[in-house]
Design a protein around this ligand. Structure first.
Ligand SMILES: O=C1O[C@H](COP(=O)(O)O)[C@@H](O)[C@H](O)[C@H]1O
Length: 228
């Protein structure tokens, strides 16, 4: 299957992760040079974990200019291994010197409504992100936006109460808010994602297709996920 121009296929997930880590660092350097700060939205799930590990191992002298957000979070107790916060924190953010006031975890341990209220305030100072990272589930969901579900328009944040993937209760940035970014980088690996990628390319209305970017939109996949 022919891939669109903004798609890139890597030999394997490791090469994709190493390239993504370099790409994110270059985007940070550019944003810091131009605006004195880098606002990054991180993806949940397992796909970005290797990138977080590589970022956690990298020695940088510009962490004080990084501002870290989350695209979505699962409503579970603090430090639950299934929280998106847990690998993000343990693999990367605990290992570097991004100021804690610039790390914006979604506080879903407080409950979905309280976490939404807290996050709404955190979003006020950042009308446009520099870079949004996204993953995709095997059903074509991204962040916590699921196929076949309808979502209110005009909101930055949404509470998903019926996720088909556990846990059912989640907090997510809306497609509109995720698209308020200079760059969007969709990172998708593994054979399990192949059917959804094929469906997306064939025009199926999947949440992964709802997110665009103000400047640069890219989809990075590995060979295992590439539709035939
Ligand atoms: O539940 C979620 O799943 C998707 C995909 O996760 P992965 O483990 O297949 O990479 C993820 O992008 C989303 O943030 C997460 O909450």
């Amino acid at each position: 299957m022919q891939l669109p121009e903004d798609w890139r296929c890597f030999e394997d997930a490791e090469l994709l992760a190493q390239t993504a880590k370099e790409y994110i660092c270059s985007a940070a350097e550019k944003a810091i040079r131009e605006n004195g700060a880098f606002h990054l939205v991180t993806a949940g799930g397992t796909t970005p974990n290797r990138i977080y590990q590589l970022l956690g191992e990298s020695e940088r002298d510009d962490w004080q200019f990084w501002h870290i957000y989350m695209g979505d979070e699962r409503c579970l107790p603090l430090d639950d291994p299934e929280r998106n916060r847990t690998p993000l924190k343990e693999m990367w953010l605990d290992k570097c010197s991004v100021p804690s006031s610039q790390i914006h975890y979604m506080a879903t341990e407080l409950g979905a409504e309280a976490a939404l209220e807290d996050y709404q305030t955190r979003l006020l100072s950042v009308p446009v992100f520099d870079l949004v990272m996204l993953g995709m589930g095997e059903d074509g969901h991204t962040a916590s936006l699921f196929p076949g579900h309808s979502y209110a328009e005009g909101c930055d944040l949404l509470i998903e109460r019926d996720s088909p993937k556990p846990p059912p209760l989640r907090l997510t940035l809306s497609a509109e808010r995720l698209s308020a970014s200079c760059e969007v980088l969709k990172l998708i690996t593994g054979a399990g994602k192949q059917p959804a990628l094929k469906a997306w390319l064939e025009g199926e209305n999947l949440p992964i297709s709802w997110i665009s970017a103000k400047e640069t939109h890219q989809v990075w996949i590995d060979l295992a996920a590439r539709p035939d």
